[in-house]
Design a protein around this ligand. Structure first.
Ligand SMILES: Nc1nc2c([nH]c(=O)n2[C@H]2C[C@H](O)[C@@H](COP(=O)(O)OP(=O)(O)OP(=O)(O)O)O2)c(=O)[nH]1
Length: 254
């Protein structure tokens, strides 16, 4: 079995990176069939035997980073030719063709995903931590999610860098200056956040600290500093829950 690996950083949220990858298909001339798919985290496709190949499996993993989505791909294949001759064909002809096809495909893919990302409204959130290992949570005051707890933050404006949006939202909602420290995680949001396709927007959360001003709930009904053990008990917006393990891990290691 021979193997190739590719890593691409796509300037797009997880959902967009995943959806665009799937709409572009694979760069192989032979049709592949889906083996398994877990939107927006991973998918695996395989080619039916034939055409000189015994097996071809293409696996993709999508993970969130502060700079975009990291797409890690692996192609495993085996030719029908036996022994040393098969090995030679794998290592030269087939490998070369696969690399060439993948490189052209990945360039086009990264550009298409970055372009599509411009059409999707993103949400940023801040997990603000104090020096007593507590995180600030906010209770939503209006709309369909009123009464539920969330991370302070909001929609990124067109062309606005994520961290600028985070700082702006915290100033508007809480009346404080913040310093973002590191990216914590990303989750898909249900429904339509503001235009775009349903389920395309994500919430991207950074942890940080309050560096100036006095906390005031300008838009929320309540603000609360909570310790690690209190986090899970809150009535969170459901989409936020998958981020809680990362917040807990942060609070224990600080
Ligand atoms: N701020 C924030 N929004 C969240 C979280 N989880 C979650 O699903 N959302 C959703 C709720 C909203 O549909 C969307 C954020 O919109 P928003 O109304 O807070 O945005 P905004 O402050 O820019 O307000 P506006 O321009 O719509 O008035 O993201 C979260 O933890 N924090």
């Amino acid at each position: 079995m021979s193997q190739l690996r590719f890593t691409t950083l796509v300037e797009a949220p997880l959902t967009v990176a995943f959806d665009v990858a799937r709409s572009l298909g694979r760069p192989w001339s032979r049709p592949l069939q889906e083996v398994v798919s877990d939107r927006p985290w991973s998918d695996v496709y395989a080619a039916a035997p034939g055409g000189g190949l015994r097996r071809l499996v293409h696996t993709r993993h999508f993970s969130a980073t502060g700079a975009g989505t990291l797409v890690e791909e692996q192609v495993d294949w085996e030719t029908v030719l036996p022994g040393a001759l098969g090995g030679l064909v794998d290592q030269t002809l087939v490998r070369r063709r696969l690399v060439r096809a993948m490189q052209a495909h990945l360039d086009a893919y990264a550009a298409a995903a970055a372009e599509r990302a411009l059409e999707v409204t993103q949400v940023v959130g801040a997990a603000l931590v104090d020096d007593r290992r507590r995180v600030l949570v906010a209770r939503r005051g209006s709309g369909p999610l009123a009464g539920l707890w969330e991370f302070p933050g909001g929609k990124v404006e067109p062309g606005e860098p994520d961290l600028d949006a985070l700082v702006r939202e915290c100033r508007e909602e809480l009346g404080v200056a913040i310093t973002p420290h590191a990216f914590l995680g990303e989750v898909p949001l249900d429904g339509v956040v503001a235009g775009g396709a349903p389920g395309a927007s994500t919430l991207r959360v950074w942890w940080g600290r309050v560096t100036g001003g006095e906390l005031v709930a300008h838009e929320h009904t309540e603000l609360r500093w909570v310790v690690e053990d209190e986090l899970e008990e809150l009535d969170w917006i459901p989409a936020d829950r998958p981020l809680l393990p990362a917040v807990r891990a942060l609070l224990t290691r600080l």
